[in-house]
Design a protein around this ligand. Sequence first.
Ligand code: ZN
Ligand code: ZN
Length: 525
Amino acid sequence: MDSKEKRIRQITQLYYSNKAVQDVLLKFASEREVVPRYFEGFGKRPDILQYSSDVMGAVRKGATSFHVSEEIWHDPLGLSSEITSKEMDSLRKGWDLLIDIDSPFLDCSKIASLLIIKTLEEYGIKKYGVKFSGSKGFHIIVGNGAFPEEFNEEKKSVSFPEWPRAICEFITNKIRPEYNREIGKMDINFAALETRTKIKKEDLKEAVCPECSRPGKKGKIVKFKCPLCGTTIERKNVKITKKRLKCLNEGCAGILKVVDEKDYFHCEFCKKSSWDKFSGEESGRKIVYAEKKQDAEDFEEGLSGNKMASLDLVLVAPRHLFRMPYSLHEKTALASVVISKSEIENFSPKDANPMKVKIREFMPENKKGEATRLLVDALLWKRARDSEEQEVYEKKYEGKKFEGKDFDYSNVDERDFPPAIKKLLKGLEDGRKRGLFVLLTFFKSIGYGAEEINKKTREWNGRNEPPLKEGYIRSQVDWHLKQQKKILPPNYSNDAFYRDIGILKEKPKTKNPLVDVMRKIRDRK
Ligand SMILES: [Zn+2]
Ligand SMILES: [Zn+2]
């Protein structure tokens, strides 16, 4: 037994034998899954706490902490890994919004927590619970009752994890500029950080788009000058090594030389750029000048809060568990204590000493519909954002040069499909829209006709949990069928389309699923 384990084992018996602790655990456990953790591993699922004596029962078997669902169930014991998400939906009564702020640094978590609370308050949410996670973070909760039972003909009980995920994403995006600004003010020992994380200070920076708060992309403005006649031009993102630009001045034989380089930022989604370009004509040739924007709101380059202390608020998933209020934390031997907003700033881990806990209520008494406005804004924002991103991705992959452009796929067989596509075809729970994009671009690229695409896409959707709405499928299929240009499936290196939606475990040696198919067909011949 290592020292950490020894330390926690010494206090578990004593701590959980406190009646007040047992009662608070039991109260929160109502209609939820509660799973004990036995120092290293979790107990069997599903499980519940039914009587306060269950707490000590688990502790006697070696439990060190208790974890609870943010979902509220009609019958938590009816859950199993076998049931479909439809069955899960009918078991689900509701859910609390649980924002899990867990950065590697307590101070960053404090900053994030205060900014998140500020956002909640701006949306008129007066009641929320805050607790220490037991390690380096905080948990913020807004109760089930704060959300409407229905919105846009969607029931709340079946809108998990979509609604809370949209809210978490919306809030993360909203606080990003200020989070970065605050992190930038912190006294950070970058040398120590680099030894620990191998990340240099330079790589911890990002520039936030003033329009949409997404991280901007860095580009270079290169200034050229003709050594003979002195003509200067500025261009964006020129690959200097390859190009030998001739002087634009007619009759001048000079080769332009790079005299200056500077960074600029642009947003690939909303097209905002920190530099204006304006076209001009010189000696009959079109050229593009770049000029620093004069408007007030510009890309703000600073330390990236996300890279420094990732918030990962969006990891809301079905049957996700979080540490119960007043549970211990096995690594720190601290208690997950409830605190108030005003205590966040000066909170210190010693305030979570399990031997000194005073029990307070974590679950806020929310007014009905208190969080409706936040929900509506988050869902609208998310919808606009998704379609914006899809448009950009579509453009990105449209008409790209590809080694097998005119390859004959006429003998293609489903057995030739690479593992990622086969996995995708089994149906998805997460990232169904992105999955559909991969599927449609793939089907079209291998030469499937309209009828086949329509049929196979519907079959696939039937295997999704839950299926996408028919209206959405139809609009996407129609759009893809209409496109004259070739839109290739995204490359494997694009995590959003493969790794993140769980269809790719290891990066294949090839770049694109089409390459795999071509090879298979060639091998067969
Ligand atoms: Zn933008
Ligand atoms: Zn010249």
